[in-house]
Design a binder for this molecule. Structure first.
Ligand code: ADP
Ligand code: ZN
Ligand code: ZN
Length: 662
């Protein structure tokens, strides 16, 4: 018998398993998942055992030298997962394997120490069985999921439920069934640090069987959690995207809450989507997958319509609490003011009643730019070709991509005119406007700067939830998870800043965001109200959000996807070709584009300069592969990239199923 060993080092020509013989001493110990030292060429290298074979591929096989660690770091099932990941997302095998390896043993880990100890202490509470009497709709959903869990079939459910309809209760009751079968459940949320309330609810119900994987656990704590999960001591795993790789020995249920969120997509190789990984795992473990949302992604809803997923609907909020009425203000008629009179008045009324308000800015539109009134040029980053944003606290222009900062120029860099103006609606500017109308009100700003000053998201949220501020001003981060009874007004400062972006998901993102922020108002006994300001109030994404009409939005959006042949009617792979040497990038992009077009005469778009044409000093070209069969696209890309020369200084980035095109 021979061992298949994958080197820890990631590089193109060694991204496969090599065969080694096994000495007498190692014979009884060696398992899949062991980290070993092997001779490689003239050197010694560290690798992982990923399998065993009867026949070696070469006649002269060398012995594994020794075990590097005594405990295996992953299982055979996890190797299968990593293989699938590497193939599906066109990444290195070892990069995919790193995702499933216990923390602190493979790649380097970032360490951040937060309020962890407190939270752990809290999670050591005893469980109370406190299941709620389900509503009729909940009961239908719970029974369907339980039946699938009991049968042990890999079925996917879309739990389509409006905000506040009791989806979390459905998850928890399904988990009870999984626990009774002795299996583990993985519950994924978009941002675990933004959902402390959810963690508390789970701890209150399940006590010690929980492992909450926060991003700011230390390596030691992470290892401990990993250990508790793999031993089966912790059978309920709560976490963000990467928790999908938690080493639960037997998975019975995986939940993705708010499954449409962008944060489920990893932004470095392997660029996986947690939903697709969960789908693979569910098949591997014969587990049930529940995708929960009030605003499912278009792909997910389409799959449910096609019968691929079973759809469960929670159409009403608990206690029949109404969804808040949404009013719309046409900014074209607001006289150039950032806050319309309707929104000002609503703010004043809300604060006068002792209630709380949230003002929300779309992240893409919340910056202040320096622009020349004479020629229209904005002051751009020399490395990235995107507009610098003005930070009034430091009186500097800063690049939000690469960190470059400079003093504002006294004249326009293009035409030399001295009429530079500062445009845009930054959170700081909104804060000032609100302070002018409500001088007595306590304002809380939530953005990168204020988070840096005040320490953490959690602290800002806790301050607001405790009623120590009247108005919270922030970007879409404030849309996530916040559940404060006293919030009765949500104002969206400008709803449409994302609609102008050249991305097939712009409308979907806009709709989801608006629906989500609207869901922050009037969640409990006080009735809520939402005011959306927009320059394009007639847009169907905004109209549908006003009416809380997901289905109406879906029906229009799916037609547009069909017309333009975008997902779910096609698959996409984005290839980014970047270099500090503009000529090199351009030449390589042209060559790759041509070779791809020869392989696939239809379905290659580009090469074209990327939406952000220069980033961190690199010129970027993009080629988009589009087609019905993802496997055909993948193979074409693999063949072409395998056959071309890759000069040094050229960086290629492959994104399979990109979430956006910019
Ligand atoms: P969602 O996850 O759909 O936004 P939640 O699960 O947070 O909704 O439920 C909203 C509120 O309703 C929570 O405070 C929850 O405790 C309560 N709730 C859920 N199900 C029930 C039920 N069957 N009976 C009474 N209250 C419920
Ligand atoms: Zn920059
Ligand atoms: Zn100018």
């Amino acid at each position: 018998m021979f061992a298949e060993v994958l080197l820890v080092r990631a590089a193109k020509d060694i991204d496969r398993a090599f065969h080694y013989s096994i000495s007498k001493e190692l014979e009884d110990q060696l398992k899949i998942g062991h980290q070993v030292v092997v001779p490689f060429g003239r050197r010694k290298e560290v690798g992982y055992v990923v399998g065993f074979v009867d026949q070696a591929e070469v006649p002269r096989v060398k012995d594994i030298l020794k075990l590097n660690r005594s405990e295996p770091l992953f299982s055979e099932q996890q190797v299968a997962l990593a293989k699938w990941l590497a193939r599906h997302y066109c990444s290195f095998f070892v990069s995919a394997l790193n995702l499933v390896i216990a923390p602190g043993t493979g790649k380097k880990e970032r360490i951040r120490i937060g309020k962890v100890r407190e939270q752990r202490a809290e999670s050591r509470k005893q469980s109370q069985e406190t299941a709620l009497e389900p509503t009729q709709e909940q009961a239908v959903a719970i029974n369907a999921i339980k039946a699938a869990v009991n049968e042990g079939v890999a079925q996917t459910f879309l739990l389509f439920g409006v905000t506040g309809s009791g989806k979390t209760e459905v998850y928890m009751q399904a988990i009870e069934t999984v626990l009774a079968k002795g299996k583990s459940s993985i519950v994924l949320v978009p941002e675990i640090s933004l959902t402390p309330q959810l963690v508390q609810r789970f701890s209150a119900r399940f006590g010690d069987s929980i492992a909450a994987l926060h991003s700011h656990l230390t390596i030691k704590e992470r290892k401990e959690a990993w250990q508790r999960i793999s031993s089966g001591e912790a059978k309920i795993i709560l976490g963000a995207r990467s928790a999908v790789f938690a080493p639960a020995p037997e998975i019975g249920l995986i939940v993705l809450d708010e499954e449409f969120e962008n944060s489920y997509k990893q932004d470095q190789s392997p660029r996986y989507h947690a939903r697709e990984v969960a789908t693979f795992l569910a098949k591997q473990h014969q587990a049930v997958l529940v995708l929960g949302s009030a605003t499912p992604s278009i792909e997910t809803y389409y799959r449910a319509e096609q019968g691929e997923y079973a759809k469960l609907v929670l159409s009403k909020r608990i206690d029949d609490r109404p969804l808040p009425p949404v009013e719309i203000v046409d900014l074209r008629q607001a006289g150039g003011r950032v806050l319309s009179s309707a929104l000002r008045q609503a703010l004043v009324e809300t604060v006068a009643k002792g209630q709380q308000a949230i003002l929300f800015l779309n992240r893409r539109g919340y910056f202040t730019f320096a622009m020349c009134r004479a020629c229209g040029q904005s002051v751009e980053c020399p490395n990235c070709a995107i507009a610098l944003t003005y930070h009034s606290s430091e009186q500097k222009l800063v690049c939000n991509r690469c960190g470059h900062s400079q003093l504002p120029p006294s004249s326009c860099p293009r035409c030399n005119s001295s009429s530079l103006v500062y445009l845009g609606t930054g959170t700081q500017r909104i804060e000032k406007e609100v302070a002018d109308i409500l001088p007595q009100a306590r304002l809380l700003r939530f953005d990168r700067d204020s988070v840096a000053q005040r320490g953490s998201h959690e602290r800002i949220f806790a301050t607001f939830a405790a009623g120590k501020a009247d108005v919270l001003i922030g970007t879409q981060m404030v849309a996530k998870g916040l559940d404060v009874a006293n919030v009765t007004l949500v104002g969206v400062v400008s709803a449409d800043t994302a609609l102008q972006l050249p991305d097939f998901r712009s409308a979907e993102h806009t709709f989801q965001l608006l629906a989500q922020v609207a869901g922050r108002a009037g969640r409990h006994h006080l009735p809520g109200r939402v005011i959306i300001q927009s320059y394009t109030p007639e847009h169907y994404a905004i109209q549908a959000a006003v009416k809380h009409d997901y289905l109406g939005f879906y029906l229009q959006e799916i037609e547009s996807r069909r017309d333009l042949n975008y997902p779910p009617f096609s698959s996409l792979i984005s290839l980014m070709i970047a270099s500090k040497d503009h000529g090199l990038a351009e030449k390589a992009a042209a060559g790759i584009g041509q070779a791809l077009k020869q392989r696939l005469p239809e379905g290659i778009l580009g090469p074209a300069l990327a939406f952000i044409p220069r980033l961190r000093g690199e010129t970027r070209f993009q080629v988009l592969l589009k087609g019905r069969e993802p496997e055909v696209l993948r193979q074409a890309l693999k063949d072409v990239l395998g056959s071309i020369e890759r000069p040094s200084g050229l960086r290629l980035t492959i994104d399979v199923d990109p979430q956006g095109l910019i």
